[in-house]
Design a protein around this ligand. Structure first.
Ligand code: AMP
Ligand code: MG
Length: 395
């Protein structure tokens, strides 16, 4: 299955199971959340015309080349009186423009005479250095659409409109399961045949970054009875996310349990790393089973599961930003699957890590992005390849 087809199916499944609960949260708690209802400006921004410079406010018609007396000083945060005719006002950045003024000249172009009157050395234009009321936003305008993910910029914008809280979509509850008899947690010595569980940490940390409510469901041994029992305990989550045990190997207990008590689709994705992926339901709870090799987990989570989770919260824009960049490597052997090589940029070219094995997570730690090599293609140095920054996928 081409990755586009898999993504399309997953997004359709996500849309069929939207998270509908919403909650009102303080801006300080809204980072990474998804806006549930569009944010409409309740005021003009700026709320009144103000000065963009430290300088002097005047009425242009009063300026004939004769120095003007300074009739008031207006600091940011203080309300001015109307401008006295035939005078100018000392004004500072962000201070309200006094009624009657239609121009601000910056202090660098002002000459203060011995008698404290002020003249201007440069020609003046009407409304120069004035930020008009409503220049940024008019009251009633939609500023952020429902489904927008809230980051520092969106939150700053909401704050600028006086918003203390926002309506956000409830966090997605995700249970993370690692399957495999060989897995042990860091902190204990390795026994024969054992390896440390890397996917659990990788996914739990990543899900937290994505604003999910993570239920760490630990390690599941390769055992059908235990698989059934553990899945049955996870009935209150929005998604069970498991890794390992999805190859058509013998120890595919997840698949067996899903087939027995729900339904299962096993997809052979035409990507590398990350060929096998399962989607199913266990007693109505959606289950995504990712391949166990850590680099495969990374690619299938980043390119498929992340968009699925965002779409369940109503996010429309789930495609990561990507760039066409020149390859800094030769790829002479065409593959029949699309490859996502772990790469980084150097001198404007994409380099790739020396070992692209799906078990090697170190490749991704070295990398800054995924370099896409299309099926059947053999890019050579200088040819264009697509680069998907990891920072796009991780946040
Ligand atoms: P599986 O799909 O269960 O056959 O696993 C494929 C490969 O990924 C095997 O080499 C597993 O040992 C490895 N693997 C599976 N799960 C994990 C995990 N949580 N952490 C590290 N490696 C894993
Ligand atoms: Mg396994």
């Amino acid at each position: 299955m081409p990755i586009e087809a898999a993504l399309e199916r997953l997004l359709a499944l996500a849309e069929a199971a939207p998270i509908v609960d919403t909650e009102q949260v303080a801006l300080a708690d809204a980072e990474g959340r998804v806006l549930a209802t569009s944010l409409v400006a309740s005021l003009d921004l700026p709320p009144w015309p103000n000065s963009a410079m430290d300088g002097y406010a005047l009425r242009l018609a009063d300026w004939h080349g004769e120095p003007l007396p300074v009739s008031q000083r207006i600091f940011a945060g203080h309300a001015p009186g109307p401008l006295e005719p035939g005078s100018c006002a000392r004004i500072f950045t962000g201070a309200p423009l006094p009624e009657g003024a239609d121009c601000v000249e910056m202090q660098e172009n002002a000459v203060v005479q011995a008698d404290q009157r002020v003249s201007f050395s440069e020609p003046l234009r009407p409304w120069q250095n004035v930020r008009p009321q409503g220049q940024e936003t008019r009251a009633g305008e939609e500023v952020l659409a429902a489904g927008t993910r809230l980051g520092p910029i969106e939150l700053g914008l909401a704050a600028s409109l006086g918003q203390a809280t926002l309506a956000v979509v409830r966090r997605v509850k995700v249970a993370v399961l690692s399957t495999g008899d060989e897995l042990v947690e860091p902190g204990v010595p390795l026994g024969p045949g054992q390896i440390y569980n890397s996917n659990r940490r990788l996914l739990c940390s990543w899900l937290q970054r994505l604003g999910c409510d993570v239920l760490d469901a630990g390690i599941l041994p390769d055992d059908l009875e235990k698989t059934r029992a553990r899945l049955g305990q996870l009935d209150s989550v929005d998604l069970i996310l498991s890794t390992g045990g999805v190859s058509v190997g013998e120890a595919d207990y997840l698949g067996i349990a899903l087939r027995e008590e729900g339904e299962l689709a096993l997809w052979k994705l035409a990507i590398k790393p990350g060929k096998p992926l399962t989607f199913g339901h266990f007693r109505g709870v959606p289950v995504i089973g990712l391949p166990g090799n850590p680099a495969s987990t990374l690619v299938t989570f980043g390119l498929l599961t992340r968009p699925y989770l965002l779409r369940r919260q109503g996010v429309q824009e789930v495609t990561p930003l990507h760039f066409a960049v020149p390859a800094g490597f030769d790829w002479p052997k065409a593959g029949n699957r699309r490859e996502y090589l772990r790469g980084r940029m150097a001198q404007g070219q994409a380099l790739i890590y020396k070992n692209q094995s799906s078990g090697v997570l170190r490749s991704a730690a070295w990398a800054e992005g995924l370099v896409e090599v299309l099926e059947g293609s053999t890019p050579a140095r200088g040819d264009s390849v697509r680069f998907i920054p990891l920072s796009e996928l991780l946040g």
